[in-house]
Design a protein around this ligand. Structure first.
Ligand code: SF4
Length: 268
């Protein structure tokens, strides 16, 4: 397993996650074996403990951009509006000032509007972030998920990230663009599955306590190995540590070309 990174912005500090055993040979499903193999590659951690509203803001900031771009925007935002009740501070924020503060994350007009709307809604309904945090931690995950999805700008991935990183809820496997691509390439979900169907397959096949790690590790794996345009296996089987677990749907190792797995079904 890799050393613990000096900084990891994805997880919480207070725990709430469950220690899991990672043993590829003993996995009940291929998806679990894949997550176990990723457990050999990457640092494993427990999830939960982030403030729910800050987590929501962070996830909105990270939409359509990288952690590298969204982290400075998050730092600026916390420097200007943090320190007290963040939801109340953002509900009262001046939109152009907030947009300027989060400039580095891109789409700042849209994102600042979404944050102010979400903050106003949370202050309205929960009177601030403390009661909202408690709701995310204590209510049934499906109830929390449905409530989060009603907030403008919150899609399934954002809702699942809030459940996972702040609620520490096991059994939540958020699907971003990397997870969506890798799960279908590997054959862990149907080639033409949308994000929701991929999520259902992974949450069915990966034990609850390993889903959080599986999510962050698969994203890292997508950045380092199973890249969109050039998956590592195009350099030969030994270039990918998960080669033996993978169906390589849409990957042509002879032609050294790739297509989205959904196109393979469309061509049949
Ligand atoms: S074998 Fe290729 S397609 Fe499969 S996980 Fe590895 S890099 Fe991705």
């Amino acid at each position: 397993m890799a050393d613990e990174p000096a900084e990891n912005i994805s997880g919480g500090v207070g725990g709430g996650g469950v220690e899991a055993t990672f043993a590829p040979g003993e996995a009940d499903t291929r998806a679990e074996a894949v997550v176990d193999e990723l457990g050999e590659l990457y640092w494993r951690k427990a999830y939960g403990g982030q403030d729910a509203f800050e987590c929501l803001v962070r996830t909105i900031l990270s939409q359509n951009t990288s952690d590298v771009a969204s982290q400075p925007a998050h730092d600026e935002l916390m420097a200007r509006y943090g320190g007290g009740d963040l939801a109340k501070a953002l509900a009262d924020a001046e939109r152009s000032e907030l947009a300027e503060t989060i400039h580095a994350a891109g789409l700042y007009n849209q994102k600042s509007e979404m944050m102010i709307d979400a903050a106003a809604e949370i202050v309205d309904e929960f009177s601030g972030e403390t009661a909202f945090d408690a709701c995310v931690r204590e209510e049934e995950p499906e109830t929390v998920r449905d409530r989060l999805l009603e907030i403008r700008g919150v899609g399934p991935k954002t809702a699942d990230c809030v459940l996972l990183f702040s609620g520490g809820r096991g059994g939540v496997f958020p699907v971003d663009t990397h997870v969506h691509r890798i799960a279908r390439r590997m054959g862990l979900a149907p080639p033409d599955a949308d994000h929701e169907v991929v999520r259902e397959h992974l949450e069915r096949d990966v034990p609850a306590e390993k889903c959080g790690f599986g999510h962050t590790a698969m994203i890292q794996f997508g950045r380092e190995y199973c890249k969109a345009l050039k998956p590592a296996c195009l350099d030969g089987p030994e270039a990918c540590p998960l080669y033996d677990y993978c169906d390589k749907v849409g990957v042509d190792e002879v032609d050294e070309s790739v297509v989205d797995p959904a196109e393979v079904v469309a061509d049949d």
